[in-house]
Ligand binder design. Sequence first.
Ligand code: 2AM
Length: 183
Amino acid sequence: MRAFLAVFPPPEVQQAVHRQLAALRGGREPIAWVRRENLHLTLRFLGEVDEGTCAAAAAAARETAARHGAFEVVLGAPGAFPDARHARVLWLGLAGGALESRAIAASLEEALVARGFAPAEPPFTPHLTVGRPRARVDWTPRFAALPPLQAAFRVHELVLVESVLAPGGSRYAVRERFPLRGA
Ligand code: 2AM
């Protein structure tokens, strides 16, 4: 199965992001937008894993979650990988909670590597992917015109997700939830 570890915003924040993106969605260029209910913050992509590897990743996530308390994420300005003029991934950055996300991703990485996982490639950069352009467009003007987003949420848990490729975009199935310390 194809799996990853992530943080999911609550439905009302996914809805707010979705609405916000209407302004970015203006053009007719080909782009695969992330469906509303799939919007998430990837902490670690695991790739194709078997049941044993999935169980090891779950143990690493459980150990990590027990070491970190709940925290707040504030979604911020849009950006792109590798950059706005050659965008392959469009995302929203974190105006709050970036440090905590990085700390959790680093613990997770340590726990995974201790269980034999290869180091993450590329290294973790907190972002919430919103779309994947299929053609080259300079997004700079539309990023600049985007009204500021008011979207904050509290993170209480990490989630192990199985991604099932389906026509019209991936479907996500939650395999296990790992409450953060004290949550
Ligand atoms: P991203 O979009 O947040 O950058 C589930 O597929 C998630 O895993 C995606 O949202 C993506 O994260 C991440 N992902 C998918 N393929 C990946 C790859 N080959 N390397 C790293 N991360 C990947």
